[in-house]
Design a protein around this ligand. Structure first.
Ligand code: CA
Length: 231
């Protein structure tokens, strides 16, 4: 039995797959699009992901690369027939196996079993990221500051993870919207401003002039590398 996340926008296919996997003893969650998939993945930390490439909005490639930033969870890519170039791209991009629609249930189950066996119980193993007294644990989905739990929303968690991956680098609101919200439209940049303000408050970094999380006027935001001075 394993926790499996199905990422599929076609409701009928998602339902059929869910029932099939449940009948085979797995615990299944599903997501119809990329942003939902990433949220679910953080919540349930699946042991395997079945990922459709053809998704509306954020496509399967983007979902795959975002997942690979935080986990080595086995990913089985599913793509439309006749797109063999997807296979190479998928395997290069960190997918573990590849299946072309339409496929037989037995083949899907066999591949899933093989992946789970090979992964040998590997779960979300992104190691903790630390920054001074701050610890972000992708495995447990929690943030602590000086050992105390900090309650953050899944969005704030993703936003903080983005800053921690790019310490010292100025990130534009558009980059942050894309990386943390999964929104490539570049509009609604006030969302970033308010989320940064909330994060600062929750982390005890609200003192604007000394905050490690700085607004860089006219450009964006930066998490300072000189952590010891601040935290
Ligand atoms: Ca699809």
């Amino acid at each position: 039995m394993a926790r499996i996340l199905i990422v599929e926008d076609d409701e009928d296919i998602a339902l059929v797959l869910t029932m099939l996997l449940q009948r085979n003893g797995h615990r299944v969650s599903s997501a119809p699009d990329g942003p939902t998939a990433l949220r679910r993945a953080h919540e349930v930390r699946p042991q395997l992901i079945v990922l459709d490439i053809g998704l509306p909005g954020m496509n399967g490639w983007d979902v795959l690369s975002r997942i690979r930033e935080v986990s080595d969870v086995p990913v089985l890519l599913v793509t439309a027939a006749g797109r063999d170039e997807d296979k190479v791209r998928g395997l290069r991009g960190g997918a573990d196996d590849y299946l072309t629609k339409p496929f037989h249930n037995a083949e899907l189950l066999a591949r899933i079993d093989a992946l789970l066996r090979r992964a040998d119980g590997a779960e979300w193993e992104g190691s903790d990221v630390t920054h001074g007294g701050l610890v972000l644990s992708p495995t447990r989905g929690v943030v602590t500051m000086d050992g105390q739990d900090v309650r953050v929303t899944p969005l704030e968690f993703r936003l903080l993870a983005v800053f921690l991956r790019h310490v010292g680098q100025v990130l534009t609101p558009a980059q942050l919207l894309s990386a943390a919200w999964g929104d490539d439209s570049g509009t609604g940049q006030d969302r970033v401003k308010f989320a940064v303000l909330r994060l600062r408050r929750k982390l005890g970094w609200e003192e604007a002039s000394h905050s490690p999380l700085q607004a860089v006027r006219g450009i964006g935001y930066r998490l300072d590398a000189s952590e010891d001075a601040h935290i």
